[in-house]
Design a protein around this ligand. Sequence first.
Ligand SMILES: *[C@@H]1O[C@H](CO)[C@@H](O)[C@H](O)[C@H]1NC(C)=O
Ligand SMILES: *[C@@H]1O[C@H](CO)[C@@H](O)[C@H](O)[C@H]1NC(C)=O
Length: 180
Amino acid sequence: MALTLTKLLLFSFLVSSTILTAKSKLLTSKREKLTRFHVYMQEKISRSNATVVTVAQAATTNPSATSFGLVQVFDDALTVGPKMSLKNLGRVQGMMTFASQSEVALSMSMNFVFTEGRYNGSGLTIVGRNMLSLKVREMPIVGGTGLFRLARGYVHTITYSSDPNTGLLVLVYDFSVYHY
Ligand SMILES: *[C@@H]1O[C@H](CO)[C@@H](O)[C@H](O)[C@H]1NC(C)=O
Ligand SMILES: *[C@@H]1O[C@H](CO)[C@@H](O)[C@H](O)[C@H]1NC(C)=O
């Protein structure tokens, strides 16, 4: 009886010390760090080679002043600067829903997919509200993959240029992201 109790105590001590070691390794092996960078997103709105398409709308969307109910999907270029170059970083893919009846406000879910440069193979996911009347819009970064595992943070985005002749819309995204 006494022996069994001793064994049991020893066993539970071993288990808890293993768990403690594993936990402290996880906490000390890597420090969370803040990374800031800005990138450009280029959206072709024009009919030829458009990078954004309308996939759904309600019968009441057209008469709505805020395009309420419109759902669009995009696959835009992600670049280091405001112009297309050989140094394109990847794609920005996602969906936007015109989700307000009183102002033009989008509900966004988007993935920044890096296929070149320092973050090649990694990704960041943004989910949030994008109120177009604001000069600077803020949205939450809810996660990431690769170098951005366990990411959290926010982005500020502004419209850099909008050219009705070429149908090209260029946006700047300023990232402030915590990750390991
Ligand atoms: C559309 O894409 C094709 C193939 O990449 C290209 O040859 C053409 O010039 C593009 N058209 C416009 C208007 O950008
Ligand atoms: C990006 O990563 C992919 C997959 O690992 C690799 O095939 C490709 O060569 C890389 N591109 C650059 C520019 O490093």
